[in-house]
Design a protein around this ligand. Structure first.
Ligand code: MLT
Length: 410
């Protein structure tokens, strides 16, 4: 009989979001008239910017005409898109990033998992706790984490706890680690990192030969001008960091799929025999072999994000979701609940009232308010006692959800 990848058997029951969807579906089936408001998964609700739709419609027409039809595109993404990304997202912020260091892809979730293809299996890997579960689960699948204990913690990972005490920003590891996942603005806590904090990570990484995997999927939500949007705004980061970016949360591409990963040239890893090897070449080889690029139509849509109209429309979308986040924060505070994040991020991290567990709070919200959140415990053991609310919904639903919560005695 065929042998399976036994590492999958070390995974906790189900990936968090399908598990929540399963519970909500069961509740909806039992309560067919309940008007459920979903503030759980971080999936956008507003339609695509018109500039992106127009660009994609034009691209569809081009694909239907022999003279302008496109077959396979470059696996790394079309040059015209990579040039705009480099200029607008990086060079305009003083980051020394070039178009050929940008790899356009179908998602930063996919890339943050796929990157393990080019890394060895004997690295010491650090993640924050709580953390975006993809970083943990992909390491479990790759055999880097081993089995979990009863708290769901994996022996093979180094956990860096984040809590209200450290403002949800991890201290540097107390031992050398080879790989660290950082996510700012943070999913799930909504915390942000100052320039000084990221400089400390870059200094640590350069001193220890550590690779920083920097997830900047929510960078567009930063409104505080003192906060860095990219790890490459930090001197020395080219030598130690890979960055993941996405069009999902700024331009609403969660269903359309377009993202990018930056691998600077000269960023080195080491072969088993000690030979230094450039990671850019490995990722380029990996993508050329396992990926055929994002569709021409979608890349034209992403390109339109950088047009004047596209920029204005994207800013309006972000302002809309940030206003939702403000409503969430203020209404929760008025109810006497403690909440963090939601200022430069679309997530609000709520302390559960009355020592309720994360899942009990989730159930209470679902059953009594018909509101879906994401239990903090699903993001790691240290997320217990919290629940994440997402600002991705209509204003009406956000206000309605808060009115329902306010009607309950906490
Ligand atoms: C989340 O809710 O954390 C999101 O679904 C993350 C993602 O975009 O994968």
């Amino acid at each position: 009989m065929v042998k399976i990848n036994d590492n999958y058997r070390h995974l906790k029951a189900g990936y968090l979001f399908p598990e929540i969807a399963r519970r909500v579906k069961a509740f909806a089936a039992a309560n067919p008239t309940a008007d459920i408001i979903r503030l759980g998964i971080g999936d956008v609700t507003e339609p695509l910017p018109p500039a992106c739709c127009e660009a994609m419609a034009k691209a569809v027409a081009e694909m239907g005409d022999r003279a302008t039809f496109q077959g396979y595109g470059p696996e790394q993404g079309y040059g015209w898109l990579r040039e705009k990304i480099a200029a607008h997202d990086f060079q305009a912020r003083g980051c020394d990033i070039h178009p050929d260091e940008i790899f356009v892809s179908d998602g930063s979730k996919c890339d943050s998992g796929n990157i393990l293809d080019i890394l060895g299996h004997d690295n010491t890997i650090a993640v924050t706790d709580p953390v975006y579960p993809v970083y943990v689960d992909t390491n479990v699948m790759a055999g880097n984490a081993g089995p979990a204990n009863e708290r769901g913690e994996y022996a093979g990972l180094v956990y860096l706890p984040i809590s209200a005490e450290n403002h949800f920003v991890a201290a540097l590891p107390d031992r050398p680690v080879d790989v660290v996942y950082l996510c700012f603005p943070n999913n799930p806590t909504g915390a942000t990192a100052t320039r000084e904090h990221l400089q400390a990570w870059v200094d640590y990484a350069r001193a220890h030969g550590t690779l920083l995997l920097f997830d900047a999927a929510y960078e567009a939500y930063i409104t505080d001008p003192s906060l860095p949007h990219s790890i490459y705004e930090i001197p020395g980061a080219r030598e130690c960091a890979i960055e993941f970016r996405s069009f999902s949360k700024n331009a609403g591409f969660t269903g359309t799929r377009c993202a990018l990963t930056v691998v600077p040239k000269g960023l080195m890893g080491q072969g088993a025999d000690g030979t230094p090897v450039e990671l850019w070449g490995l990722w380029n080889r990996r993508q050329s072999t396992k990926f055929n690029g994002v569709s021409y139509i979608v890349q034209r849509g992403a390109e339109a994000v950088y047009s004047e109209a596209g920029q204005a429309q994207v800013q309006a979308l972000i302002a809309f979701y940030l206003e939702n986040a403000r409503v969430l924060r203020e209404r929760l505070a008025a109810m006497g609940l403690t909440a963090y994040g939601g200022v430069n991020a679309p997530y609000v991290w709520v302390k559960t009232p009355g020592h309720l567990s994360s899942w009990d709070f989730f159930d209470k919200l679902l059953h009594q308010c018909h509101v879906v959140g994401t239990p903090g415990a699903g993001f790691g053991a240290a997320g217990e006692g919290y629940l994440r609310l997402s600002a991705f919904n209509s204003r009406e639903n956000v206000q309605q959800a808060m009115a329902r919560l306010a009607a309950i005695a906490w």
